[in-house]
Design a binder for this molecule. Structure first.
Ligand SMILES: [Zn+2]
Length: 313
């Protein structure tokens, strides 16, 4: 993968990019795996790191400023959260000041307690309500059985809903960096936020698009809203896009998902026009063009959303 990214550049510029030199055209090679904190960490830019153990697991990220750290999501599980916290401590002695959620689901929000206090948790309006809906009161107990390491961490578990819920847009100015929070409606969970760093041209895009995976779409998601969300994000012209799951990538994921959802809606629409029921459509519809995407068992949920989106319900 790394070799591929470098094939287009000269030997000298390769060396420059490899050490994070910012001369020349920005390329995706700016985001490299880093061994500084262990496997799964990527350095996106100076002071900006992502962590996802593999391509489908939840991503969490840190952005270091001279006044402290802003985290994006609280990691897939408590052990990962501790790894992220250890990485933060390696980079700076300043505290995690803010923790911004890209969505409300447990794999992004359940581990707030590892970072907060001191972190102030932020997400869009409706986030606390959404989090409560998905809360399993026995989760800490169940997780504690996984390993002594997990048990040790989750004994400190506390439900921490966002301290701040904003409406539509919010800007956080911390140290030398600006974080623009943008609410996207109906794209994934009850409250979805994307975080845009305009100077760095890095976009934390949440789970409206991931990397070649059929997403576990909830029934309230609507494709016209999702496509509108891609339009908003593409218009920012990001250099690097950090998805809600997996490693840093580029805006090409919006094109890939737009292609998938557009074709899916076309096929569902045609079959519905032939008088087929939703059940028949789910039985017959195939998406062979996307056979290599992960999460094929979620095609049914994707068809449900296409059907509701077309019916305007
Ligand atoms: Zn989710």
């Amino acid at each position: 993968m790394r070799f591929k990214l470098f094939t287009a550049c000269t030997a000298l510029s390769c060396v420059l990019f490899a050490v994070g030199c910012s001369t020349g055209k920005p390329t995706a090679s700016a985001s490299l795996p880093t061994q500084d904190f262990g496997p799964g960490f990527h350095k996106v830019k100076d002071g900006i790191y992502t962590f996802a153990p593999d391509q489908t697991t939840t991503t969490c990220s840190m952005v270091v400023t001279n006044e402290g750290v802003v985290m994006i999501d609280s990691c897939n599980n408590s052990v990962d959260s501790k790894k992220m916290l250890a990485a933060v401590k390696k980079v700076t002695d300043k505290p995690v000041r803010f923790l911004v959620d890209t969505e409300v689901h447990n794999d992004h929000t359940w581990n707030h307690f590892v970072f907060s206090p001191p972190a102030v948790v932020v997400n869009a309006q409706g986030a606390a309500e959404g989090m409560k809906k998905g809360l399993d009161p026995k989760r800490a107990e169940t997780l504690a059985k996984q390993s002594p390491e997990t048990a040790e961490i989750v004994k400190n578990y506390k439900f921490i809903p966002p301290h701040i819920e904003y409406n539509n847009r919010m800007t956080i100015q911390l140290g030398e960096r600006t974080f623009e929070l943008i609410y996207l409606k109906n794209v994934h969970s009850e409250a979805d936020t994307v975080i845009w760093l305009p100077k760095e041209r890095v976009l934390f895009a949440g789970s409206a698009a991931n990397v070649r995976t059929m997403i576990n779409l909830r029934p309230h998601v609507r494709f016209p809203d999702v496509l509108a969300g891609y339009k908003v994000m593409r218009a920012l012209n990001p250099e690097i896009v950090v998805p809600g799951h997996g490693q840093p990538t580029t805006a090409k994921i919006f094109d890939e998902y737009e292609g998938f959802y557009t074709l899916l809606m076309k096929r569902v629409g045609e079959m519905a026009a032939q008088g087929k029921s939703l059940e028949q459509i789910k039985k017959e519809l195939k998406m062979p063009e996307y056979a290599d995407w992960a999460g094929q068992d979620r095609l049914g949920a994707n068809i449900d959303v296409a059907y509701s989106s077309l019916k305007g319900k």
